[in-house]
Design a protein around this ligand. Structure first.
Ligand SMILES: Nc1ncnc2c1ncn2[C@@H]1O[C@H](COP(=O)(O)OP(=O)(O)O)[C@@H](O)[C@H]1O
Ligand SMILES: O=P(O)(O)O[C@H]1O[C@H](CO)[C@@H](O[C@H]2O[C@H](CO)[C@@H](O)[C@H](O)[C@H]2O)[C@H](O)[C@H]1O
Length: 479
């Protein structure tokens, strides 16, 4: 991403007058990654008027802003993390947009005007779609598409709690606007594009996207947003699993189908993008990464400390990877696979979405080839999560002698691995120590994630930590 401030007709002195409003508004957003650390400054990366700001109607300003904060920044390093903002500007905000209000600008080029979350304004959201329909450059931004997009689709903001912002257009397309912008292609564009080119139908194929930087000055463009077909009427795997559990129903058929879908995605990714055999140095590098993440998590969540030696022992299995072990081949993977990243369409087929990887990790790390067992482990953790999040009531599994949620999860985990083995030809359970190492790494990530975002959920990954640490201490008894 270019670090030079650039403008496309947007007022150059825009940022200073917005700073007091952003100071207050930005840290409160669900997608703001630097929660808990004070914001000490803002730097403008680029400002682009998508709709000119004049006094007759709403304007739409696209901003890339770096946010300075003390402490360990993710991808931004000392310069701070970069965020994408789409600000609506109006003289009078209609009451229907009151919920989107950011504030009134006190001085500068927008003095007296109200700025608000532009994506919440259907008129401005439609304008963003118009840009995607008619590709080409606009100041520092570039719009691209792979197919014609129909006109006149009504936009609505998806109100799911998310790391990014998504808009649905006419129930036909979904546009994901990446909030935290990293230098380089986002895997949520890169991988679905590669899968679409490889003919894999498990992933909605990107129809359009927009990006910045990377052209002419070397380096890769940074992805800002991706438009994909909206899978109307589909339900996500997390909700389906919870519904099944609450009704005391098995979920093994679905789990098996999910295993097959995961294997198909992995096979297509391995065919479309480079794979590497992990020799000892590369495997040891992976173990180092796991140990570093464990140390950082244990510093932030001291409840992890007693388990550190046991968890470290679990990671050692990855260091034993040799080049002739097929399970140790590394390839591009999903990177944050869980039930909430799967959608079942009304005809019963499963799709996989959200290839961004773990949002807090630097992009370079997320784009590195990994053993596919990493995704398998992520999904196995998810069945455990579903079972652990079921509120106990009479008649629910585990109460009054009904099958226990833990046993339900175990059957799902087995069925998922069986489905995976059927489609991939390799059974993840054939390398139990490797699988356990990746499950442990994921559980450590979850401990940190929950401590930061949903402290009430912390007991769920902590229960897994206790189980995994005990299994490493007695591996011969662990499955
Ligand atoms: N192609 C799609 N069709 C239907 N719904 C989708 C599609 N892509 C995403 N969604 C819905 O949008 C939600 C958020 O999408 P996701 O890619 O997970 O965003 P985030 O990275 O912000 O978590 C998903 O949980 C899903 O319900
Ligand atoms: O969907 P995101 O890309 O935002 O992923 C993050 O949030 C997830 C929670 O929404 C989190 O997943 C964890 O909780 C899920 C239940 O809510 C569970 O199914 C997953 O197994 C568990 O990891 C994910 O880790 C995080 O990156």
């Amino acid at each position: 991403m270019s670090e030079t401030a650039s403008t496309a007709r947007a007022p150059v002195a825009l940022l200073p007058s917005l700073v007091p409003l952003l100071h207050e508004w930005l840290p409160r957003q669900r997608w703001f990654a630097g929660k808990g650390r004070p914001v000490t400054g803002f730097t403008l990366v680029s400002a682009t008027e998508l709709l000119p700001v004049d006094t007759t109607g709403p304007g739409l300003v696209h901003l890339l802003v770096r946010v300075q904060q003390p402490g360990p920044n993710g991808g931004g390093g000392a310069q701070g993390d970069c965020y994408q903002l789409l600000l609506g500007v109006r003289t009078h905000l209609p009451p229907g947009l009151a919920h989107a209000r950011i504030g009134r600008v006190a001085d500068g080029p927008l003095a007296g005007r109200t700025v608000y979350e532009g994506l919440s304004d259907p008129r401005l959201a439609a304008l963003l779609m118009e840009r995607l329909r008619t590709p080409g450059p606009l100041g520092p931004l570039r719009f691209a598409r792979t197919a014609l997009i129909p006109d006149g689709l009504t936009p609505r903001v998806l109100d799911a709690e998310q790391s990014n912002s998504s808009l649905v257009y006419g129930d036909a397309f979904i546009l994901k606007v990446f909030r935290r912008v990293w230098s380089g292609a986002n895997p949520d564009l890169e991988l679905p594009l590669a899968l679409a080119r490889a003919g894999c139908e498990r992933v909605p194929a990107p129809v359009a996207w927009y990006e910045t930087g990377g052209s002419g000055r070397g380096g890769e463009a940074s992805t800002l947003g991706v438009l994909q077909p909206f899978l109307r009427g589909s339900q996500d795997g997390w909700q389906l699993a919870l519904d099944a559990l609450a009704a005391g129903r098995e979920f093994t058929e679905e789990a098996r189908a999910l295993g097959r879908a995961t294997a198909e995605v992995h096979t297509a990714l391995a065919a479309a993008l480079p794979t590497v055999a992990l020799g000892r140095p590369a495997a040891e590098h992976l173990v180092d990464g796991m140990n570093r993440r464990l140390e950082a998590a244990a510093q932030a969540v001291p409840a992890l400390l007693p388990y550190v030696p046991g968890l470290r022992a679990a990671f050692d299995a990855v260091g034993d990877c040799t080049e002739d072990n097929l399970a140790c081949r590394a390839q591009r993977v999903h990177g944050d696979l869980h039930l909430g990243q799967t959608l079942r369409s009304p005809d019963g087929s499963w799709s996989v979405i959200d290839f961004e990887g773990e949002p807090a990790k630097p992009l370079t790390e997320r784009r590195r080839p990994q053993p596919p067992v990493r995704d398998v482990a992520g999904m196995l953790r998810s069945f455990d999560y579903a079972a652990a999040s079921l509120p106990q009531s009479p008649g629910s599994p585990g109460a009054d002698g009904a099958p226990s949620p833990a046993a339900w999860a175990e059957r799902c985990r087995d069925a998922y691995c069986s489905g995976y083995a059927e489609a991939a030809g390799t059974d993840p359970r054939a390398e139990p120590a490797l699988l356990r190492a990746y499950e442990t790494d994921k559980a450590v990530y979850e401990v940190l994630y929950e401590a930061r975002h949903r402290p009430d959920w912390l007991p769920v990954p902590m229960a897994a930590i206790r189980r995994l640490a005990a299994q490493s201490a007695a591996p011969e008894r662990a499955g």
